[in-house]
Design a protein around this ligand. Sequence first.
Ligand code: F6P
Length: 335
Amino acid sequence: MKIGILTSGGDCPGINATIRGVCKTAINHYGMEVIGINDGFQGLLNKDIQVLTEKSLSGLLTQGGTILGTSREKPFKKRGADGIDKPAIIAQNIHELGLDCVVCIGGNGTQKTAAKFAEIGVNIVSIPKTIDNDIWGTDFSFGFDSAVSIAAEAVDRLHSTASSHKRVMVMEVMGHKAGWIALYSGMAGGSDIILLPEIPYTIDNIANAISERFKQGKTYSIIVVAEGIQTPNGEKAASYITEEIGKRTGVETRETVLGYIQRGGSPTPFDRNLATRMGGHATELIANGEYGCMVALSGNDFISLPLSEVRGKLKLVTEDHDLVIQGHRMGVCFG
Ligand code: F6P
């Protein structure tokens, strides 16, 4: 068999480990040929490919980013509007390249595109990838643990400067519309206030929580805020919270936006093994002819879910999540 592999959407630590997991399993265990497709679905449009061999894979396990490059190309968007039927061209190119199946590594947008290709008869197997951890159907996506690890270390560092200056430090983390990175890094870093898109907040509640801490002699506070929280006029999360809290409490407040640092560098060991297992199980599905599905982590087992079930769904934090419940009980303010 000859398979293609592409990476699409935002990059994150662990993508190269996944590529390695697919390729080593495909080449060593199943005797498959593997074709790397450059820059996501754009590479299928332009037949921009590279042959992947054992040699291509050395050093990939620990390397951040993606050796294939990525893009946010959405072939089905405005299909045919400019007279070009991108999905049809891609399906034809897959045929001409002699690919029996294409492995798509990506986030929600990629899963939606993969589902549409599966619907038009293209053999697809997808792997959930995102630091946001918002892909429905899988307990975790690789990239998430690495982003949490980076963000939690940043929170640790903010504690010392906050206590030295008796300040409120506000740190904004990524996560798109979900609050998973903020929840996990905020709790891991011992933050006093954690603001998530999924849980409503008021400035009064936050200000009261800070004042209450002062009364208990705690002269500084750490706030971790997810980028996707609601703000009155679409203000950026950290700058809005920093300004409002400074005004309301009179305490010196400073903001940090962690940004793309959360998506850089080497994956954590957890993500390396999750990526490796996701890649291996995806290849097993191909060998078994099980197309049109996404590999997912369920507990400590790997399952496959029909892409038709996954597409268009988001996995968001719920108020009954155990970390939220434990945080509440310990006095963390969720807004
Ligand atoms: O989906 C991953 C992510 O990093 C989000 O957390 C963030 O909002 C978005 O990508 C940023 O997109 P871009 O890389 O296109 O700026």
